[in-house]
Structure formats: C-alpha cells, structure tokens
Write a protein that binds this ligand. Structure first.
Ligand SMILES: NC(=O)c1ccc[n+]([C@@H]2O[C@H](COP(=O)([O-])OP(=O)(O)OC[C@H]3O[C@@H](n4cnc5c(N)ncnc54)[C@H](OP(=O)(O)O)[C@@H]3O)[C@@H](O)[C@H]2O)c1
Length: 270
C-alpha cells in the first residue's frame, strides 16, 4: 500500500496489526505512525523504524489511513481531538473499537468521511485473527484495501454492520471460550492420569488438530465427529455425557449473552 497509516491508540490490537502489515510487506514501518499517550511503551517500535507520537492531531494530518485502536470509553476524547485534522475526501477511517457504529464515528468526524468497522481477535498477535469487517459508506476499493490489510494478520469476512456485535461475541470473545474449553479438557486429562503440563500440551494440539481438520477439509464438525464415534464406543459415551450436562447449550447461551453485552460497550462509562 502506498499510503501513510496512523494507528491512534497503539495497544495490543494496534501493535499486532502494525507488525503484521510490515511483516507481510503491506507497508513500510516508516509509513506507519503509532500513537499513545505514554510513548515510552513504543520505544522498541521506534527502534525498528516506526514513527511514534503522542500527538494524535498531527499523526492524523500526516496520514491517509487512520486506524482507531483505543478502548471504547477513550474514543470520544480521541474523536474530539482529531476532528479538525480530518479531511473528509482524503482520510479513510478504520475503527477496531467494539460496539461503535460507523455512523457514530461519522457523527464526530463528518458525514462524508469513509469509515470501515473492523473486529479482529487477539490471535492477531500471531497472524491468526478471525477479522470481520463492515461499512455503510466505504468504496469497494477501500473495502478491498482494508480486507488485504487485515489478511496480513489472519482471515477476513465481510459482514453487514448490524451483525458486528454478534461478530464480537463469536470471534473476539470466542477466543476466550475456546481457551476455556481447552483448559477444561486438560483438567480432565489430569484426572485420568497425566501431569498438568503434558495434559495441556495434549489438549492444545488436539484442539488445533480439530480446527485444522475443518479448515483443511472444509467439512462440517459433525462429519468429523462421525469419524471418531464408533457404535457403543467411548467417544459417543463421553460426548453424550457432555451434552446431557449442557455442553452445546452453555456455549450457545454464553455467546448470546456476550453479544448482548457487546452491544452496550460504547454507552457505558469507564
Ligand atoms: N483485545 C481484543 O480482543 C479486541 C478484539 C477486537 C476489538 N478490540 C477493540 O480494540 C480496541 C483496542 O483494544 P486493545 O486490546 O488493543 O486495547 P489496549 O491494549 O488498551 O490499547 C489501547 C491503547 O490506546 C492508547 N490510548 C488511550 N487513550 C489514548 C489517546 N487519547 N490517544 C492515543 N492513544 C490512547 C493506550 O495507551 P496510553 O494509555 O499510553 O495512551 C493503549 O495503548 C478496543 O476498542 C477494543 O474494543 C479488542
């Protein structure tokens, strides 16, 4: 990409993206400005060529693409601060902030500015994010650029904006749900005879294998499950016991509650 990028609020998500963009040769470090209030935490990035700053207004003025990476409750302050530096016809604004609509960003930055809303997850740190993107006014060209940008750090799906909070629950919160499932499996492993470290390693690799089977075969989970469940066998016995105890039901209910909470993040203070 031949454009200057400013990441306003360079924390976990912003820095993971910055690293991914450079690693994939999508942008040069020198074309990316990272901002946060405490720039001491960005020194190692300055050492490898990124521009670092605590001046959001200037960073926006110098960039073509603005990535908003602050927490939801920090957003209004930032939007008020950068508002006067936004040139609507020039800037593309990308927001990774949970629960904030494209329209809410435009309300502060101007009607004409193109806004793309993006929902990555923490696997962005290892280039394995499931990222959902949505926009109600960005051009096809800008959507394509944002897709390419986030493909440097994982997979991208374009969705309608009204499904963005659902994407937060399924993909961003989802990381924690699958991690808890892995932890529970490893605890089961300890009960049946393995040391904690080996049980965790076994559970992690088994979970990875299960996910990769679906990704590489493009199959439905049940068809892979059918391959493991022999009649009167031990897998179906364990699986049905889990279901009797609400395994699928608890995941579904948890995802529904997370989606409900995700919709309220921006309106809550602090
Ligand atoms: N973590 C996730 O799984 C995840 C997934 C999807 C989306 N998101 C969204 O991504 C956003 C960022 O999450 P995160 O985990 O990266 O948070 P984070 O690590 O707390 O990063 C936020 C950064 O914003 C900086 N900041 C705060 N106020 C600022 C200001 N006025 N000007 C410039 N920088 C400022 C903070 O640094 P200083 O305190 O030094 O300023 C911090 O580095 C959130 O809105 C979240 O909803 C997160």
């Amino acid at each position: 990409m031949n454009k200057k990028i400013a990441i306003i609020g360079s924390g976990n998500i912003g820095l993971s993206l910055a690293k991914g963009l450079v690693k994939a040769n999508f942008a040069q470090a020198t074309d990316i400005t990272l901002t946060r209030r405490n720039t001491d935490h960005l020194k190692s990035f300055a050492d490898v060529g990124f521009n670092i700053s605590n001046n959001n207004k200037q960073a926006v003025a110098d960039a073509d693409v603005i990535i908003l990476g602050v927490l939801p409750q920090q957003l209004n302050t930032v939007l008020d601060e950068i508002q006067t530096s936004i040139v609507q016809a020039k800037h593309l604004v990308i927001s990774v902030i949970s629960g904030v609509s494209c329209a809410a960003v435009r309300e502060k930055l101007g009607d004409k500015v193109e806004v793309v809303r993006v929902m990555p997850n923490t696997a962005i740190a290892i280039g394995q994010s499931m990222t959902c993107i949505a926009s109600d006014n960005a051009s096809a060209e800008n959507i394509a650029d944002v897709t390419k940008m986030f493909e440097t750090v994982g997979s991208v799906v374009k969705i309608n904006e009204d499904l963005m909070t659902s994407a937060t629950a399924l993909c961003a919160c989802g990381i924690a749900f699958f991690l808890r499932a892995i932890r529970a499996a490893s605890q089961g492993g300890v009960e049946i005879g393995f040391h904690a470290d080996e049980a965790l390693k076994m559970a992690v690799q088994t979970a990875k294998g299960a996910a990769d089977l679906l990704l590489l075969h493009g199959t439905h989970p049940e068809s892979e499950i059918d391959k493991v469940t022999s009649p009167k066998g031990c897998t179906i016995a364990g699986l049905n016991e889990m279901e009797h105890n609400g395994f699928s039901s608890s995941l579904i209910k948890g995802i529904k509650l997370s989606a409900l909470k995700a919709g309220n993040l921006y309106t809550k203070e602090g």
